[in-house]
Design a protein around this ligand. Structure first.
Ligand code: DQQ
Length: 566
């Protein structure tokens, strides 16, 4: 169960589509009503019912944030792919609008798959998305707003010139999808890349256009890698060498580096490099899967992400699909599947080696009761309860660490399995037990262990779901990531967003992120507890800890168009 991520889900459903059983299989997904909903979230984005997967075409337009997403209007499993549409003024409270794109034309009759939105030079937004045509071949299509003066962009029109791209030679026609946001090159022409399987391996096929309508394939892909399989949902964007500001996708220059993200092997990998807008050459630092420890946005459950530039707050924001770790029959009981992460600001780290992510500041609007303490000693082998807050909460733990241990480490996920939360070392494990039952029958441990290498500290960050639920059938994966800390600071921080069935953790101020999905049976509602623990032998000082209960976000569950609630 734990390995049913985007690609597997897609492959299975694609098999059904290609065998002509899609409609029968998916239009009959009946929902059970009147069930309790312990796993429904309070402040993460989700539709009122049914299946959701990839975020599509996020954009900021005339003062309104738009999120589109892969949606099955008929049931809680994948199928009947359409573009759901919601709007917000603050990225926290949302209003669901009518479905933006439905599968109803010969060039998308078997599905409106993922894609992106681009704002053209005249300020007009345009969607480019993948359609599955009558042969289930993947083609790229456009859609324009019916009325560009409507900031809600509530109706979209597919032009008669569709499709604008068909699978080129050497590209498998069933593996050609998910166009990126466009960017302008030095010649003033638009570029997009399309995720492709070229001669059997992952590739970003590059197209150019003068008017965003007629597209010509470039002789070479922007990038490809024979170590990987098909790339889903590629993303290509500039980041500033220094500073947290985001950049419009067309910005180039000497203070800029470029990120290429590709979704494959159930994960979102990214690479950093230099892009030359004249030659369209992209020189990468380290290629996908070329190093022992590849860069990923998130080392937990996180797939098919997409970023966009928020021109209002001058930041780049990342969304991602977080799928379920329970069963298909649970999906029917719940009536829904799939969450989006809290949108994250994303920028290049100070040393330029990796990206840093942090939940958007607007989330703080939902904070209510607060618990706070400082300089609390957490002796080796001890635990304290953080009480006075509810299960839907945001917490922030900062620990000061003095001397460090010496150890060599290779694979953090394997290490998290060996060195679980109860296995004592000198410095750690220490961290949080979240969504814990009073008697600790159930808990998810989010914790650190500290190791020393020749020049710096290596911190192992783990999210251990092995005790997250008494239900045997749900996913119990243990996730791991490494953080490298400058010995000068010797301080580790953890921010964790807890929301009923999702736990998003940000270690080292956003240097390592792990998202978990858990399905406790005992630690739900008022029965959920939060603890800080130190199972190391050495005492630690918690320099400061703050935790807040969170209000429910207002996510209005109607398809009727109405004014958003601010
Ligand atoms: N999901 C979409 C595809 C994409 C996949 C179909 C990734 O466009 O490649 O729902 O999860």
């Amino acid at each position: 169960m734990m390995k049913i991520y985007g690609f597997c889900v897609f492959s299975f459903c694609y098999f059904l589509i290609s065998n002509g059983v899609q409609v029968a299989a998916f239009k009959d997904q009946r929902l059970r009503t009147n069930v309790s909903q312990p796993y429904r979230t309070a402040y993460h984005f989700q539709p009122s019912k049914n299946w959701m997967n990839d975020p599509n075409g996020p954009v900021y337009y005339k003062g309104v944030y738009h999120l589109f997403y892969q949606y099955n209007p008929y049931g809680p499993l994948w199928g009947n792919m359409s573009w759901g549409h919601a709007i917000s003024y603050d990225l926290v409270n949302w209003v669901h609008l009518d479905i933006a794109l439905l599968e109803n034309e010969p060039y998308d009759i078997n599905g409106c798959f993922s894609g992106s939105t681009t704002i053209l030079q005249n300020g007009e937004p345009v969607i480019m998305y993948t359609g599955l045509d009558t042969d289930s071949h993947q083609v790229q299509n456009l859609a324009f707003p019916k009325n560009i003066s409507d900031p809600l962009l509530s109706e979209w029109v597919k032009p008669s010139l569709n499709p604008v791209m068909s699978p080129p030679d050497r590209v498998d026609p069933t593996q050609f999808r998910d166009p990126t946001t466009g960017w302008l090159g030095a010649d003033g022409e638009w570029r997009v890349v399309v995720g492709s399987e070229l001669d059997g391996h992952g590739s970003a096929t590059l197209y150019k256009s003068k008017d965003f309508r007629t597209w010509i394939k470039s002789p070479s892909p922007l990038h490809s890698s024979n170590k990987t399989i098909m790339w889903e949902c590629p993303d290509f964007y500039p980041v500033l060498v220094s500073g947290k500001d985001g950049l419009d996708t067309s910005v180039q220059g000497k203070d800029v580096r470029h990120v290429l993200k590709a979704s494959f092997n159930d994960h979102d990998y990214y690479i950093l490099g230099n892009y030359d807008p004249t030659s369209d050459r992209y020189d990468v630092d380290v290629d996908f899967l070329d190093s022992k420890w590849s860069l990923r946005y998130d080392y937990g459950r996180f797939y098919a992400s997409k970023s966009f530039y928020d021109s209002d707050k001058k930041r780049r924001i990342l969304w991602s699909w977080v799928n379920e770790g329970d069963t298909d029959s649970d999906a029917f009981i719940k009536g829904w599947s799939g969450l989006q992460t809290i949108p994250r600001s994303i920028w290049l780290s100070e040393n330029g080696d990796q990206l840093v992510q942090w939940p958007v500041e607007e989330l703080e609007k939902l904070r209510t009761q607060k618990v706070h303490f400082e300089n609390e000693e957490l002796k080796g082998g001890s635990m304290i309860e953080i009480s006075g807050i509810t299960a839907s909460q945001i917490s922030h733990l900062a620990c000061q660490i003095s001397k460090m241990l010496s150890a060599e480490v290779v694979d953090p996920q394997a290490l998290c399995k060996q060195k679980n939360a109860s296995m004592s070392g000198k410095f750690g494990p220490f961290g949080l037990l979240v969504l814990a039952s009073k008697d600790l029958t159930e808990y998810t441990a989010v914790f650190f262990r500290v190791f020393r290498t020749a020049n710096n500290f290596r911190v192992l960050m783990c999210a251990d779901q092995s005790r997250s639920s008494v239900r045997p059938e749900v996913d119990k994966s243990i996730y791991g990531a490494f953080l490298t800390l400058d010995p000068q600071y010797a301080k580790i921080s953890l921010k964790t967003l807890i929301d009923h069935s999702i736990i998003e953790s940000f270690g080292g101020e956003g240097l390592a992120c792990i998202t978990a999905r858990v399905y406790p049976e005992l630690a739900i509602g008022e029965q959920a507890h939060l603890y800080a623990f130190n199972n190391g032998t050495q005492s630690l000082s918690i320099s400061s800890l703050s935790a807040w209960s969170m209000k429910n976000a207002q996510i209005v569950s109607t398809r009727k168009r109405r004014k958003p609630i601010i």
